[in-house]
Every structure is written in structure tokens, then in C-alpha cells.
Design a protein around this ligand. Structure first.
Ligand code: CA2
Length: 146
């Protein structure tokens, strides 16, 4: 099984700014934790971060031929991007959406996700655990379908 993990804009700054909201964990640490969970589950993982909407869309397209599912934190594009939602719909792979913070308890505009309706599910508000729980849920979902 191969899973693509996609991190959206500004998540490269994780751990270096706004620790009050997003904590002190860096993106490298998140990726290390995901890689070790993937090893434990026997999953090949590809990790990708970009600040560019088009690069994120290209990575989703490329997963169609090589991956069984996508774990994505679309970051701010969650709330704005019809293009990323269309890419998710188009590839037809199972997608789990994750967020470090609880997007439903912050500003009103963050509660709306363009991605959630085309995702298998969403995990929000648990910091690193959102990624790890989302990864496990996606793994179990894919396994059921194999
Ligand atoms: O809670 C999440 O994971 C978010 O996807 C993070 C996004 C935000 O726009 C979403 O509403 C919720 C922001 C990612 C930016 O991350 C930063 C990390 C450190 C410093 C500045 C930004």
C-alpha cells in the first residue's frame, strides 16, 4: 500500500511561528512520526509540502497512478480552493482531511471546508494526533477495499 501525505501552504513554518495555535512541533517532526507509523503498518509513504496551489494539485494528480490514498492538510486552501476539491474528486482516491487545530472552534471562515464533502472523513483539533489518527483511518479504509 502507498499513501501520499500532502501539506499545504505555510505548514513549512510549523514550530517556528505562532506556537500558541499550532504548537512547537516542526513539519520534519510530523513527517518523522508519519514515517514511523507507516513503517509500523507496512505502508510506503510519500511526503509533500508546497505553498503553491498548482503544485498541490499536480501532486494529487500524480497520486492517481501511484498511490492508494491521500492524507491531506490543505491548510488555508481548505477554505478557498474549488480547484483542490476538483482534483480530489477527479482522481477518485480515498482522501482523509486533517487539521492540527479545531477548524470549527476558530474564526467562522475556517469552519467551511471545500474538501470535506469529497473526503472520506476529517480529523481536526488534535495536533500531531490528527495526522496519526487520520493516517490510521485512511489505512483501515483502504484495507477494507482491497
Ligand atoms: O489547523 C490546521 O491544520 C490548519 O489547516 C492550518 C492552516 C489554517 O489556515 C487552517 O485554517 C487550519 C494554517 C497553516 C499555517 O501554519 C503555520 C504554522 C506556523 C506559523 C504560521 C502558520
Amino acid at each position: 500500500m502507498r499513501i501520499l501525505v500532502v501539506h499545504g501552504p505555510n505548514l513549512n513554518l510549523l514550530g517556528t511561528r505562532e506556537p500558541g495555535i499550532y504548537g512547537t512541533l516542526t513539519l520534519s517532526e510530523v513527517n518523522r512520526a508519519l514515517s514511523s507509523l507507516a513503517d509500523e503498518l507496512g505502508v510506503d509513504v510519500t511526503l509533500f509540502q508546497s505553498n503553491s496551489e498548482s503544485a498541490l494539485i499536480d501532486s494529487i494528480h500524480s497520486a492517481a497512478a501511484s498511490c492508494d490514498g491521500i492524507l491531506i492538510n490543505p491548510a488555508a486552501y481548505t477554505h478557498t480552493s474549488v480547484a483542490i476539491r476538483d482534483a480530489v474528486s477527479a482522481v477518485g482516491l480515498p482522501v482523509v482531511e486533517v487539521h492540527l487545530s479545531n477548524i470549527h472552534s476558530r474564526e467562522k471562515f475556517r469552519a467551511r471546508s471545500f474538501i470535506a464533502p469529497v473526503a472520506v472523513g476529517q480529523v481536526s483539533g488534535f495536533g500531531l494526533d490528527s495526522y496519526l489518527l487520520g493516517f490510521r483511518a485512511l489505512f483501515n479504509h483502504i484495507k477494507k477495499g482491497l
